[in-house]
Design a protein around this ligand. Structure first.
Ligand code: PMP
Length: 397
């Protein structure tokens, strides 16, 4: 029986995520219009801040009402013409989605797949790129179905060497995982507001570098959807950044205000500190899991994401664990990868997540395992997670 007395639930799924109170207050603001001077200022600053978050001074930001899937469509629909070739480097469910999007656009897609829990073999990526002229190469930075982090910098180097534009799905990564869009030669990086950027769902973000915009301008076939055409949006984004708002399609105003706050917080912490904090939280969570005898889906720590963890249920435990953790006041997610969906669960640790949240979820897991009859040494996971959190704190200057 749960001892919960409150509706309050700690949201530890891999997005949307727990929000900072200041971000929530932006959502509760009275409705303002999308041309309101305050909204225009905030929108303009969201665009400017996005360049700093993605470490992409050369890129043109696009912030458009929609989810991460829209961002994926925007990224590739503006580059690829029917019949052109695309290489999709896939580590799971969202790589498959990118393939489906590209196929709808009439691209010839070659997929380089990683085995479950592994990263793609770079020599296979190189062979695929070298085989035929390729318009673009797409990779998912962190596939949310596996918790595996792909080697984006290395894949981008290969794409560049073979003349392909590099597209990175950073939906479950940007704002938490190290990403240096310009320095790594990434032509388009995309994300959505509801993950490591720390805002509610509702906005798609696409950062298009100069080569990607040139490819849009050189497209032979018109972008089939008006809403998906970045050239329709370009004057709107430029207008907001100049402080001269124009209308094309109504943005979710309060989500823009909330993202303005959350990006301000992100940059206040600093992107490098942010990468380090996410790495620390993830390491503490993994240590807690291992001490409870739980195995992680990523094959090695070096390729395990900092933004979420995918963890196998131990023998004799099934997906009802997710419900028992929920009864302890913490929302986590079940599996997603079609090959192993029923065998693992996922915990997000991104955005405003702090040590106390990681400890809360490890503690809830311990109790949920024990209440399900699994032999669990209460406190073992907590001790291991605490050791990582404390050790890192001592290591700080
Ligand atoms: N790519 C990745 C890596 C994701 O994690 C997600 C969402 N979980 C998406 C794309 C799609 O985003 P959305 O659900 O916002 O459409």
């Amino acid at each position: 029986m749960s001892e919960r007395t409150s509706e309050r639930t700690l949201l530890m799924i891999p997005g949307p995520i727990e929000l900072d109170p200041e971000v929530l207050r932006a959502m509760a603001r009275p409705q303002l219009g999308h041309m309101d001077p305050e909204v225009a200022r905030a929108f303009g600053r969201v665009l400017t801040r996005a360049r700093e978050v993605f470490l992409a001074p050369s890129a043109q930001p696009f912030v458009i009402a929609g989810s991460g899937t829209l961002a994926m469509e925007l990224a590739v629909a503006n580059i690829v013409d029917p019949g052109e070739r695309a290489v999709v480097v896939s580590t799971g469910y969202f790589g498959d989605r990118m393939r489906a999007i590209l196929e709808r656009l009439g691209a010839r897609v070659e997929e380089v797949r990683a085995p479950l829990g592994e990263v793609p073999d770079l020599s296979a990526v190189e062979r695929a790129l070298a085989a035929q002229p390729t318009k673009l190469c797409a990779v998912t930075h962190v596939d949310t179905s596996t918790g595996v982090r792909a080697p984006v910098e290395a894949v981008a180097r290969l794409a560049q060497a073979h003349g392909a534009l590099m597209v990175v799905d950073g939906v479950c990564a940007v704002g938490g995982e190290e990403l240096r869009q310009d320095a790594w030669g990434v032509d388009v990086c995309l994300t959505a507001s509801q993950k490591a950027l720390g805002a509610p769902p509702g906005l798609a973000l696409v950062m298009a570098g100069p080569r990607a915009l040139a490819a849009r301008r050189a497209k032979k076939v018109q972008v089939a959807s008006l809403y998906l055409d970045l050239l329709e949006w370009l004057p709107i984004m430029e207008g907001y950044e100049r402080g001269a708002p124009q209308y094309f399609a109504t943005p979710p105003v309060n989500v823009v205000l909330a993202l303005h706050v959350s990006l301000g917080q992100l940059l206040g912490e600093g992107v490098e500190a942010r990468f380090a904090r996410h790495g620390r939280m993830a390491a503490a969570f993994r240590a807690g899991c291992r001490a409870l005898g739980l195995a992680l889906l990523p094959a090695r720590d070096a390729i395990a994401a900092s933004t979420l963890s995918a963890v196998y249920y131990p023998a004799g435990v099934d997906a009802s664990l997710v419900g028992r953790v929920r009864a302890e006041g913490i929302a986590i997610a079940g599996g997603l990868h079609p090959e192993a969906k029923a065998k693992y669960f996922r915990v997000g640790h991104m955005g405003a997540m702090q040590a106390s949240d990681v400890l809360a979820v490890v503690g809830a897991l311990e109790r949920a395992l024990a209440s399900g009859g699994h032999a669990t040494s209460l406190g073992a996971g907590l001790a291991a997670a605490q050791a990582v959190l404390a050790e890192r704190r001592e290591a700080r200057p």
